[in-house]
Design a protein. Structure first.
Length: 263
């Protein structure tokens, strides 16, 4: 596992965007050989999306031959709902870059057949050739996507009941009203994420410190699903200094040392 430690969330956003651009440009995607990118929602990746938009408008990266798969979607929210992840992605990213709409994949939270939707999503990822780089955030309780504590590390795309802590954390997007927050979602599984060739998790702020401690220094456990990254051959955590507050000083110094000259 690589751990990239930056001073603040803006530096995390810039590093992550530059890394995404590097991976896509190095891959040299084409219509018959697209780069497949897994994407998150939430407040943490907003800075990265803003930086990628800048790079796209400056002609330094193109998304024309990039296929995307989003991590999750609330059940019961129309794509036009301001808090749906469909709306979030188009408002904050897709509407501002040169991606082809046919290459965008987001789970349908309004489907009448959840099982079929989840199977179809897994199949679509497989037919695309698998995800080259899956990007995610992490919750305060260590969850990645909506894989809450005690989610199987072998889990695939499925329906997930959200914990009270996740609902409370997400209520900030619903005017602070817990009753407005959906209680269930469709989400890719832990195994869906870790089957990607590379996984990059973004973590900013002191409230993510315990999640990073368990994800980096703790054992692999379904209690903290971020810990599954320890078993990935190409896992990266990009974080700011406040998020490292619960790590041992020796751990922080180790990663600052070994990553000092790396991109």
């Amino acid at each position: 596992m690589r751990v990239i430690i930056k001073d603040d969330k803006q530096q995390v956003a810039e590093w992550a965007a530059q890394y995404v651009a590097y991976k896509i440009n190095h891959f040299r995607p084409s219509p018959k050989r697209p780069f497949v990118l897994g994407l998150p929602t939430g407040s943490t990746p907003l800075g990265m999306y803003a930086e990628l938009i800048k790079l796209n408008k400056a002609g330094k990266i193109s998304f024309e031959n990039v296929v995307t798969f989003n991590m999750d979607e609330y059940i019961g929210l129309e794509p036009s709902h301001p808090q749906s992840y469909h709306y979030f992605m188009f408002e904050n990213f897709f509407n501002h870059i040169d991606i082809q709409h046919k290459n965008i994949h987001i789970l349908d939270g309004m489907t009448k057949d959840f099982a079929k939707e989840c199977r179809s999503y897994e199949l679509a990822i497989k037919e695309a050739g698998g995800v080259h780089l899956f990007i995610g955030g992490v919750g305060e309780d260590g969850h990645i996507a909506f894989n809450e504590p005690f989610s199987s590390l072998c889990s695939r795309t499925r329906v997930k009941t959200l914990t009270e802590s996740t609902i409370k954390a997400n209520s900030r997007f619903f005017d602070g009203d817990l009753s407005k927050v959906p209680t269930m979602a469709l989400t890719v599984g832990v195994a869906t994420i870790t089957e990607a060739e590379e996984v990059m998790i973004l973590a900013t702020g002191a409230n993510k410190a315990q999640a990073l401690k368990h994800g980096i220094e703790g054992g692999v456990s379904h209690v903290w699903t971020i810990s599954a990254l320890q078993c990935h051959p190409h896992g990266i955590i990009v974080c700011d200094k406040p998020a490292t507050g619960a790590l041992q000083e020796a751990t922080v110094n180790y990663f600052l040392d070994v990553e000092r000259n790396n991109f």
